[in-house]
Design a protein around this ligand. Structure first.
Ligand code: S3P
Length: 446
């Protein structure tokens, strides 16, 4: 278990090159899916490298409330490569085995927990209530409710679009759904509902979002069709328990990669990072910016996710423009890519970034505000995030407004600020990366 980390603020403990080898928590998206599919499968699923973040703990707690037994392996399992993983075992309930929970399911800060479980519960013959923290209760849920209703589920939302919400599932029918947004959470909710619907359920997106659900379903023995940006499943498939090895989270690794790129003299190596091409767009974009990255394939994670050891070194960066089509592959990395862009020669434009407005906070506005706190110029133009570079950062204070990714991006910016820099409420990083600030402190003291 990670140590709780809740100081009121954080300041860099010194200025020096960052040098070292790191591992990051298990991929958050893959961890949610491993727990959820493990819960729906027949038999016991063993998961190695599960994320220790609070979001994944929310999924685990909700599944336990639905009657699923999840057990910590206790002992560390050592692999031939000398890594040590603790194992989590999910005793699957099978397709019809979930039990109604009398209490509302509290999804905390986690949109993935709420939206994926909504899809699962749409196919269960009982009523469930789902809620979350203040941030989650502000995020749009109508986008998921709409296709689930078309499949036959009864979903009631607060103010027409929000949690707390309730879902009464039952006999669903498959639909061909054209999604207005490229959102893996929305796609996954519909596919998960499709597992218990009659006939075929398909989702077509404007451009492909991360495909972790599709890969993980196949790993659990379910046939998944894919053609361009359309995916489909057939109802009635039985999931077979499996072994899953979760790769390191590229969204967490991105903070270290950018830190190494921008702090003079740095070299950081991050081991076993997931590099699924529908997800790891930030690595590609950093390369385009001229970042000195070395990507060496590592043992693939069981669960059909490719992985790599990535080394990043300090060096000059150039600006780039990312396309709306590639945006879903780097959606969570926009704040830290914006920090990199302040150090790049030219104007960087992240196009089609409108979805950032409905993340854990409004990250379009939040990223501009965070950079402004360091005296850096950036702006929102329509749905684009525009960052000017190169700019010297000055000291400042950032309130991440409880958004973990803004807090960690701000910490990396603080490393290159030429005056005292402070990040408030660094404990919010526990959502995805509880050890981030302690690890950064250790690197600065090493
Ligand atoms: C996620 C999908 C993305 C991402 C989120 C995790 C997932 O959200 O921002 O952090 O695990 O499916 P959207 O699918 O809403 O874009």
């Amino acid at each position: 278990m990670p140590q709780p980390y809740h100081p009121r603020s954080w300041m860099p403990a010194g200025r020096k090159p960052l040098v070292g080898e790191l591992r990051v928590p298990g991929d958050k998206s893959v961890s949610h899916r491993a727990l959820i599919l493990g819960a729906l499968a027949e038999g016991t699923t063993a998961i190695r490298g599960l994320s220790d973040g609070a979001d994944v703990a929310s999924t685990r707690r909700c599944l336990e409330q639905l009657g699923v037994r999840v057990e910590d392996g206790g002992e560390l399992v050592k692999t031939a490569a000398g890594e040590a993983w603790s194992e989590v075992r999910v005793h699957g309930a099978g397709a019809g085995g979930l039990a109604a929970s009398r209490r509302a399911l509290d999804c905390g800060n986690s949109g993935t927990t709420l939206r994926l479980l909504l899809g699962v519960l749409a196919g269960q013959p009982f009523r469930s209530r789902l809620t979350g923290d203040a941030s989650l209760r502000r995020r749009p849920m109508g986008r998921v409710a709409e296709p689930l209703r078309a499949m036959g589920a009864k979903v009631e939302l607060s103010d027409g679009d929000h949690a707390p919400l309730s879902v009464r599932g039952g006999a669903l029918r498959g639909i061909a759904y054209r999604s207005p947004v490229a959102s893996a959470q929305l796609k996954s909710a519909v596919l998960l509902a499709g597992l218990s619907a009659s006939g075929e359920t398909s989702v077509e997106e404007p451009s492909p979002s991360r495909d972790h659900t599709e890969r993980m379903l196949r790993h659990f023995g379910v046939k998944v069709g894919v053609e361009g940006s359309r995916v489909w499943v057939h109802g009635g498939a039985r999931l077979k328990a499996s072994k899953v090895r979760v790769p390191g989270d590229v969204s967490s690794a991105a903070f270290w990669l950018v830190a190494a790129c921008v702090v003079p003299g740095s070299t950081l190596r991050v081991g076993g990072v997931g590099i699924n091409p529908t997800r790891a767009g930030a690595v590609e974009v950093l390369r385009r910016m001229g970042a000195r990255l070395q990507v060496r394939p590592a043992q693939a994670g069981a669960g059909e996710e490719p992985a790599a050891d990535i080394t990043a070194r300090h060096g000059p960066l150039v600006a780039t423009e990312t396309t709306p089509q590639e945006f879903p592959t780097l959606v969570d990395e926009a704040p830290i890519l914006a920090v990199a862009a302040t150090q790049a020669r030219g104007t960087t434009r992240i196009r089609g970034a409108g979805e950032l407005r409905v993340k854990e906070s409004d990250r379009l506005e939040g990223t501009v505000r965070m950079l402004a706190a360091f005296g850096a110029e950036a702006k929102v133009e329509g749905d684009d995030l525009v960052v000017f570079g190169p700019q010297a950062l000055r000291g400042g204070v950032v309130d991440p407004r409880a958004d973990h990714r803004i807090a960690m991006a701000a910490a990396v910016a603080a490393l290159i600020a030429d005056g005292p820099a402070k990040v408030l409420d660094p404990g919010c990083a526990q959502i995805s990366y509880p050890a981030f600030f302690p690890t950064l402190d250790a690197l600065l003291k090493a």
